[in-house]
Ligand binder design. Structure first.
Ligand SMILES: *Cc1c(COP(=O)(O)O)cnc(C)c1O
Length: 357
């Protein structure tokens, strides 16, 4: 009998990567692997993505874990480096970095490096999180351009705030500002995350930076993964470990929060928030057993959830249950739990066994 298991379908991963290439055939692909490859396992996912042109992570430790795992492709630190001491580590491990704040430029200019650093200069076109101000872009470019510590030409990037909203002008304004700022510079350019790869053709540029869509999840709430020809990579599963009859009027679980309206049978599944299943998934959230949708009832516990099997259950102890993935989109569970699929995927905990298929 299995307990919390994330089946990782590597064929689906290849399919989704091919989908990116089909949508953006002219662009190189920086495959985003931050947060343990969105919960799918950093090194195993990197090993599979043989046709990616480079990998994106947030933190230096993630980049070093890829190197320790034998990954030799270029890696880009999307949050950039934090300290002067990081710089020789980046150079020694062939790790490229985003530069987004004047302080980083000062550190690069005032350090002696064995060989030049590969820099992606990020400009803030409206996200207002990371990136040099548009008014400072030329000066930032100039300082980095005349530094022996920086490999030339630099690459240039920006990031969108609202790429998943196809009727929001903000993305077009960000694209226009980025093009205006960078058009005189020869370095390769990148703007698009998954949503922009799909929804904003003029944002594809020299490099695209897909994360979520590689894992087979729709980045756009009005479109399903199936409509976008994406296949879920992770299927989160566990088993039915108890079935018990309860009477009308009896309650189930912590806080006695759910009360049976008629005689029924409760199934107990070995998965809970200790595995990363969202605690605020409400009564009525679906699970899939033997192809049948059954609804969660009562509160999610640390190690278990309870479901209403009805008065004549055909299910048996040990039957496998799908919590999300193949046949039950994680997008739907995220919506019911009032969060986004990104959070559910990267909240998968250490306790969940990853099985690569
Ligand atoms: C996370 C991230 C991406 C990937 O975003 P998705 O929405 O998962 O495609 C792209 N670019 C940057 C800078 C990121 O931080």
């Amino acid at each position: 009998m299995i307990t919390a298991t994330a089946e990782i379908n590597l064929t689906a991963l290849q399919h989704n990567f091919a989908q990116v290439k089909q949508i953006a055939p002219q662009s190189k692909v920086l495959a985003v692997l931050k947060a343990n490859a969105y919960g799918h396992g950093l090194v195993p996912i990197a090993e599979q993505l043989k046709d990616a042109d480079s990998f994106g992570v947030a933190r230096i430790d993630e980049a070093l874990a890829l190197r320790a795992g034998g990954i030799v492709k270029p890696i880009v630190l999307l949050e950039g480096f934090l300290h002067a001491q990081d710089l020789p580590i980046l150079v020694a491990n062939n790790i490229q970095t985003v530069v987004h704040i004047p302080h980083q430029i000062e550190l690069i200019l005032s350090t002696k490096l064995e060989s030049p650093l590969n820099v992606w200069l990020k400009v803030d076109t409206g996200m207002h999180r990371l990136g040099v101000a548009p008014a400072f872009f030329e000066e930032a470019y100039h300082w980095l351009n005349q530094s022996k510590n920086v490999h030339q030409p630099m690459r240039l990037m920006t990031h969108f705030a609202c790429a998943d909203e196809s009727d929001n002008d903000k993305t077009q304004q960000q694209i226009a500002l980025f093009e205006q700022l960078t058009s005189n510079h020869v370095g390769e350019k990148t703007m698009a995350n998954s949503a922009a790869v799909i929804a904003w053709p003029n944002a594809r540029a020299d490099w695209v930076r897909p994360g979520l869509m590689l894992y087979g999840v729709s980045p756009i709430s009005e479109l399903t993964a199936a409509e976008l020809h994406l296949s879920p990579v992770m299927t989160l599963k566990s088993s039915l470990i108890a079935i018990r009859p309860i009477k009308k009027g009896e309650s189930v679980g912590y806080g006695a929060a759910w009360v049976a309206q008629q005689d029924t049978n409760i199934g107990v599944i070995a998965i809970g928030y200790g595995d990363g299943y969202p605690r605020n998934a409400p009564s009525g959230t679906p699970v899939l057993i033997n192809g049948r949708i059954v609804l969660l009832v009562g509160r999610v516990s640390m190690d278990m959830i309870t479901i209403d099997l009805g008065s004549n259950p055909t299910e048996q102890l040990g039957d496998e249950v799908v919590l999300w993935g193949d046949g039950l989109p994680v997008e739907e569970i995220a919506r019911l739990a009032e969060t986004i699929p990104y959070e559910l995927l990267c909240n998968i905990t250490q306790r969940v066994k990853c099985l690569y298929l």
